[in-house]
Design a protein around this ligand. Structure first.
Ligand SMILES: *[C@@H]1O[C@H](CO)[C@@H](O)[C@H](O)[C@H]1NC(C)=O
Ligand SMILES: *[C@@H]1O[C@H](CO)[C@@H](O)[C@H](O)[C@H]1NC(C)=O
Ligand SMILES: *[C@@H]1O[C@H](CO)[C@@H](O)[C@H](O)[C@H]1NC(C)=O
Length: 267
């Protein structure tokens, strides 16, 4: 399906709610959409030994969290490289300086003469449909969202609501055959012999993310910030909520809303 305008979206939901699944499905359906994952950017920068990657790795080695400023820098670098945002202050002539002929000194001119609401934003973003993305892993808190707003305005935040008891059941029921990637669930698709792969008879295991205790800890962290994060985007008028107990219930609703907001007429 074709997009009529740029979609800059974030999916918010409890761990295990299926954000990754929805992102993949959206990208398949709307091929112009890219996924930008802060975790992937971080790993890539660490692997490629960029200055930011080296700094971030040093933090992680001492057990510290990677500071927001570093994650934002990774996102800014990625969006800039793709040509989706542009730092106005790096351009030789900004909107305001072109008439006066002042260039590098224009920030002071701006701040003195132009009220803040009319001052040029530091970053300019592309509205081209090809500049469409799902941002994954950031922001998790309202404070981070405010920082992101200053770089690029998110124009759809999808709150995916599935009752935690439904998610935990799904997680507890999920077993995988690691070598082949075959997935079983004990309710709908149980292995012929409990705990054994149908094809090889080898033992089934749980994915690390599916450990119920690990999941509970992640849910607790999510619950500390989700309300204020969603409230932030609700105030900006970009929040949309979808309910469902499985990814298959959620996807059609999401596709419809996404198409309604961003699809080209005639799709
Ligand atoms: C169980 O597996 C079936 C078949 O793969 C799938 O359609 C269903 O969504 C799965 N259910 C859960 C709760 O994971
Ligand atoms: C925050 O997450 C919890 C746990 O999934 C959920 O019960 C609650 O409804 C969420 N809050 C909002 C505003 O969506
Ligand atoms: C989702 O699961 C909950 C809890 O099991 C149930 O109360 C609810 O009716 C289900 N919703 C749908 C749409 O199936």
């Amino acid at each position: 399906m074709v997009l009529a305008r740029a979609a800059r979206i974030i999916l918010v939901g409890a761990p295990g709610v299926g954000k990754g699944t929805q992102t993949e499905r959206l990208m398949k359906r709307f091929p112009l959409l890219s996924s930008i994952s802060s975790g992937d950017l971080l790993r890539k920068n660490v692997r490629e030994r960029t200055p930011l990657g080296i700094q971030a790795e040093a933090k992680m080695k001492t057990g510290e969290l990677v500071p927001d400023a570093m994650i934002l820098r990774l996102i800014i670098n990625e969006l800039t490289t793709r040509g989706w945002i542009q730092d106005n202050t790096l351009r030789p002539y900004s909107v305001y300086s072109s008439s006066t002929g002042v260039d590098d000194a224009d920030t002071t001119v701006d701040s003195v003469l132009i009220p803040s609401q009319f001052r040029a934003k530091k970053y300019q973003h592309s509205e081209s449909p090809s500049a469409s993305f799902v941002l994954d892993g950031f922001p998790r808190t309202a404070a981070q969202a405010v920082q992101l707003d200053a770089i690029v305005p998110i124009n759809l935040v999808v709150s995916i609501q599935t009752p935690p008891e439904v998610i935990i059941e799904r997680i507890c029921n999920r077993w995988v055959h690691e070598p082949s990637g075959r997935v079983y669930n004990t309710t709908f698709n149980p292995p012929k012999v409990e705990g054994k792969d149908d094809a090889t008879g080898e033992p089934l295991t749980r994915r690390a993310d599916d450990d119920p205790e690990v999941w509970k800890a992640r849910l607790k962290r999510f619950k500390e910030t989700n309300e204020s994060l969603l409230e932030h985007y609700d105030k900006l008028g970009v929040l949309w909520t979808v309910n469902g107990n499985s990814s298959d219930e959620i996807s059609p609703q999401l596709f419809k809303e996404f198409g309604r907001r961003f699809g080209a007429v005639g799709n």
